[in-house]
Design a protein around this ligand. Structure first.
Ligand SMILES: [Zn+2]
Length: 246
């Protein structure tokens, strides 16, 4: 993509996010190029935060060297979380073993740096739960949560946070709506939708940061609270989750 055009568009996304009252946005970086780019971006937009991690869909491509790099770069305080990491059996189960070991290794690295983890789990509910229960020792956020109410209860028992994206607003997504209604307010997070968020979160118009506003309005309505109260609560949750203490 042409760099000039790209950056021009990005400025309008960032501007719109501010107009839409977005005060914090976490950018997920999945490789060195993303990370370098986002470090630069953060100079211009200090209200963005940065996470770094290797997505399960890249499990067959991530080398030992990549993990060594990650372990080093996490010393950088600008990176406040590890993610997205996790398991994804939706498209391909061939790399299950690699996914497992990549996931576990990254949980261990996150523990060493005492940074919270952002979990991607798709069509892999039980395995994700088992691995997290055994290996996660920092704070955990279940991103784009799409699992059952029972599963959510189990994660809540472990003290985890639950994030919802645009899916909640879709007509047919009954369970996500129920979960977004029932999750304790102090464990709720919002995000732009998962598949569009990766690897660079500002790729197409449908995924832009500003649109999290619509998810917020929808959930406020579901829960019968004001958008102002919800926003205040979300900021508190965000700060509590990413404050660096465990
Ligand atoms: Zn994801």
């Amino acid at each position: 993509m042409n760099d000039g055009i790209y950056k021009e568009e990005l400025d309008s996304y960032m501007q719109r996010a501010l107009e839409f009252n977005v005060r914090k946005s976490l950018f997920i970086c999945m490789n060195r190029e993303d990370l370098e780019y986002t470090f630069d971006l953060q100079k211009k937009y200090p209200w963005i935060d940065i996470a770094y991690g290797y997505h399960p869909e890249d499990a067959d491509k991530i080398s030992e060297e990549d993990l060594v790099y990650m372990d080093e770069v996490l010393n950088d305080e600008r990176i406040i979380a590890v993610g997205e990491i996790g398991l994804d059996y939706y498209w391909d189960k061939t790399y299950k073993n690699q996914q497992w070991s990549l996931f576990i290794r990254q949980l261990q690295i996150a523990a060493r740096h005492n940074k919270p983890v952002l979990i991607h789990s798709r069509s892999a509910a039980q395995d994700t739960y088992d691995i997290l229960k055994k290996y996660a020792s920092t704070k955990v956020l279940m991103h784009c949560f799409g699992e059952s109410a029972e599963m959510m209860r189990e994660y809540l028992k472990l003290g985890y946070y639950i994030a919802f994206g645009g899916v909640v607003t879709f007509k047919n997504s009954i369970t996500p709506k129920e979960n977004a209604t029932n999750v304790p307010l102090d464990r709720l997070m919002l995000e732009t939708d998962c598949p569009y968020m990766t690897p660079v979160p500002f790729r197409g118009k449908t995924n832009e940061t500003a649109y999290v506003k619509f998810v917020g309005e929808y959930i406020a309505q579901l829960r019968n609270i004001s958008i102002e109260d919800l926003q205040k609560q979300l900021m508190e949750n965000y700060e509590r989750f990413f404050d660096g203490k465990n």
